[in-house]
Design a protein around this ligand. Structure first.
Ligand SMILES: [Zn+2]
Ligand SMILES: [Zn+2]
Length: 329
């Protein structure tokens, strides 16, 4: 078993525990351990043999026991028990998604809005991950607390991008935006601006508890917009801490599929807001997906290798995940 496969199991455990009020602390510990392993990719088999799994940062005695069982038997009795407890059905159609084939992340933030790193640092992070492309998708103006980008700042950002692009060879930088879906379903930037960007992710951030009929209408407008490529974290749910939006998921996902708009599987362990069940429903309705880290720092790019389990559990084939394509178009 390799480090990434192990990280995915720990990540799933973190996700499942997060749904239980009293396990929130343990959930975070599992997610943190998964992240640490996805980042440093230790030889888990060797460490298990030497009984020194606790030498991995973030892995204490309890997690080491779960990890040892997993590495030695190739299966985790702990995750199986949790799945049963949480009524996660046994699946016989999990897909084989190898992180080796993942080509690029299209959702990331920089200091231009609420990211904690410069564009250059993010680009170098993507290069270190072996990506061919990286989408820089900072926030739109409505999110004033994070200094969202209007047309003028986007132009300034594109100048910086041209400079940064010269300094990173292997990674194509894509200029995008994470544009807010306003309360009435309109987007937070004019069409003329959205049109020229490489990636447009439309996300609901505010007023998530809108009454379902209004929320459905709002989301239907977003998935009918000609310049939208992706719906970011489609429910806004934060397992264990925030419920997220409720709307007619079936109608909205169907319309997204019809218009070729992908749904995002956000691998930030605090999000993962499309449950495997919802992702599976979207798959059955014909949707495409993007799997991304929503990284706000280079280290968070490693959310993707640990979070891929969700797409696998949802049975989404590689062809339906746009990040597995050699280029973003
Ligand atoms: Zn967002
Ligand atoms: Zn984001």
């Amino acid at each position: 078993m390799d480090a990434i496969a192990a990280a995915q199991v720990l990540s799933e455990i973190g996700y499942l525990l997060r749904q239980q009020e009293k396990e929130r602390f343990r959930a975070k510990a599992f997610s943190a351990a998964a992240w640490s392993i996805a980042l440093s990719r230790p030889d888990v088999e060797e460490l298990a043999r030497a009984e020194s799994l606790t030498s991995i940062e973030g892995v204490g005695e309890g997690i080491a026991r779960v990890l040892a069982d997993l590495v030695k038997t190739g299966e985790s009795r702990y995750v199986n028990r949790l799945r049963e407890q949480m009524k996660q059905p046994a699946r016989d159609d999990e897909t084989n998604l190898d992180f080796q084939d993942y080509m690029g992340d299209i959702h990331s933030h920089t200091k231009w809005s609420d990211g904690r790193a410069t564009m250059l640092e993010m680009a170098q992070g993507a290069e270190a991950m072996g990506y061919r492309y990286l989408g820089i998708t900072d926030h739109s103006p409505r999110i004033t607390v994070v200094h969202g980008l209007d047309a003028e700042r986007l132009v300034a950002q594109s100048r910086e991008m041209a400079e940064v692009q010269k300094q990173v060879d292997g990674v194509t930088l894509l200029q995008g935006i994470e544009v807010d879906i306003l309360e009435d379903g309109a987007l937070d930037l004019p069409d003329a601006v959205l049109e020229i960007l490489d990636v447009v992710i439309a996300s609901p951030h505010v007023k998530l508890r809108q009454e379902p009929a209004a929320m459905t209408e709002r989301m239907m407008r977003a998935v009918s917009h000609p310049h939208v490529d992706v719906i970011g974290h489609p429910t806004g749910r934060r397992p264990g801490s925030r419920e997220g939006a409720t709307y007619d998921f079936e109608a909205v996902f169907k319309e997204a599929a019809r218009n070729g708009i992908a749904l995002e599987i956000d691998c930030d362990p605090a999000r993962m807001d499309l449950s495997p069940e919802m992702a599976r429903m979207a798959r059955d309705l014909g949707c495409d997906f993007v799997v991304d880290g929503d990284a706000h720092a280079p280290a968070e790019l490693a959310y993707v290798p640990m979070g891929l389990w969700m797409a696998r559990r949802a049975g989404i084939p590689k062809e339906r995940i746009r990040n597995f394509r050699p280029a973003w178009d």
